[in-house]
Ligand binder design. Structure first.
Ligand code: BDR
Ligand code: CA
Length: 309
């Protein structure tokens, strides 16, 4: 069972990533840290607490991280995730899971007294800061698996995926750190589509949690249809969690990866040398394929497990 930290910006797909990470028996979720991205870090932190509260999980601390990228102004994705960052069902109560009194940096240092894998499903600001501010803790990161980037085009700029675009400087620092790094980009997450069949399977679970997940996915589908013309929305973030749970679900190849930070039109582009043009040695694993059936089985199993708790 792999010890895991989830660094995220919930976010509809982050919400499902949390549920998968907390429920799947192959990983032991030790902490959730939040970062500004899809929404302000305050809203993302509230959403992480909401997700864990709905799942009845009180044992995983939630700590607030960076409120802005390393050097750029924050660009939120309220067009995709709504004004709360997790639009769909409305809640009036305060989530029962509290915010940790520790900051994300403090919690990361604490948890990383022992080796752990980090799955990051937002901008890499918290991790980049940890590398510079707490190198001893960072030395205990076994691997970083990131939902971000793309081997081809972007989703917020022609050549940049949103998590890379929000904080390219952080992504650059983390990719160059030498810590084993896996990138699960849009080229693969666009295969994780929440189809009607998936929604029907979710509905059949029949629990309040499954109902809320269905409502989140319905909202997410509506913005993806409107903004990007997708018939079904791509559930990006759980792909990175699935890669840790069972590497066979997400097929990866070794490649050289660099993050563009200076391009006038291309900041946040993830340049993946799949064909060996540059002669630079591989420095990352890059996702190129998804076992869709196995992926959805794990997600639906997670929601089912949490529904009977
Ligand atoms: C990524 O951007 C965010 O909006 C999603 O949560 C996901 O992490 C996809 O580009
Ligand atoms: Ca995210």
């Amino acid at each position: 069972v792999r010890p895991l930290i989830l660094d995220c910006d919930p976010g509809h797909d982050d919400a499902l990533a949390i549920l998968l990470a907390v429920a799947d028996p192959a990983v032991d979720l030790l902490a959730v840290t939040t970062v500004a991205g899809n929404q302000t870090v305050g809203k993302c932190t509230l959403n992480a607490r909401r997700v864990l509260s709905l799942a009845g999980v009180t044992t995983v601390p939630v700590a607030r991280g960076a409120d802005r990228p390393l050097v750029r102004p924050l660009r939120i994705a309220d067009d995709v995730h709504g004004g709360t960052g997790l639009d769909g069902p409305t809640f009036t109560d305060v989530p029962s899971v509290p915010e940790s009194p520790s900051s994300a940096q403090e919690l990361l240092v604490d948890v990383l007294r022992n080796p752990a894998t980090i799955v990051a499903t937002g901008a890499l600001t918290n991790i980049a800061r940890l590398l510079t501010e707490a190198p001893d803790a960072a030395a205990n990161i076994t691997e970083i698996v990131w939902m971000g980037g793309s081997t081809d085009r972007g989703n917020i700029a022609p050549l940049a995926e949103a998590n890379a675009y929000v904080d390219p400087e952080a992504a650059d620092v983390v990719v160059r750190s030498g810590i084993p790094f896996t990138m699960c980009g849009l080229n693969v997450t666009h295969q994780a589509l929440v189809t009607d069949d998936v929604l029907a399977r979710l509905a059949r679970i029949g629990s309040p949690l499954a109902q809320v997940c269905g409502e989140w996915m319905t909202f997410f589908a509506s913005t993806y249809r409107e903004l990007f013309g997708f018939e079904s929305p791509p559930l990006h973030d759980p792909v990175a969690v699935a890669r840790v749970i069972d590497p066979a679900i997400v097929h990866c190849v070794e490649a050289n990866l660099v993050v563009e930070t200076e391009g006038r039109w291309t900041a946040g582009a993830t340049v993946v040398d799949l064909d060996g043009y540059t002669g630079r040695p591989p420095n990352a694993l890059v996702a190129v394929g998804l076992d869709r059936d196995a992926f959805w089985d794990r997600i639906l199993d997670a929601v089912t497990t949490l529904s009977v708790c």
